[in-house]
Design a protein around this ligand. Structure first.
Ligand code: SF4
Length: 77
């Protein structure tokens, strides 16, 4: 389960985030390419913005479900 106290610092504030357990494996980027980016050193992925439509909210949820290490959370602030 993702830990909101261990977020990748670059995440945009809000409900969805990625924590430091991200590998990164790239799977989530295929589900939500408009919301997610690699950090500058490409060691993690983060939400550069929060979902702004029902379609993007579905994409964020799919990204969360596909993550093999459960690094994506939806209990952020
Ligand atoms: S699916 Fe999970 S481990 Fe893979 S890049 Fe995305 S957040 Fe990181």
């Amino acid at each position: 389960m993702a830990d909101k106290n261990d977020k990748v610092p670059e995440n945009a504030p809000g409900k969805y985030y990625i924590d430091n357990s991200c590998v990164p494996c790239n799977d989530c980027l295929e589900e939500a390419p408009t919301l997610l980016k690699y950090t500058d050193d490409e060691s993690k992925v983060f939400f550069h913005r929060q979902p702004a439509s029902p379609e993007e909210a579905i994409a964020a949820r799919k990204a969360m479900e596909i993550c093999p290490v459960e690094a994506i959370g939806s209990d952020g602030e």
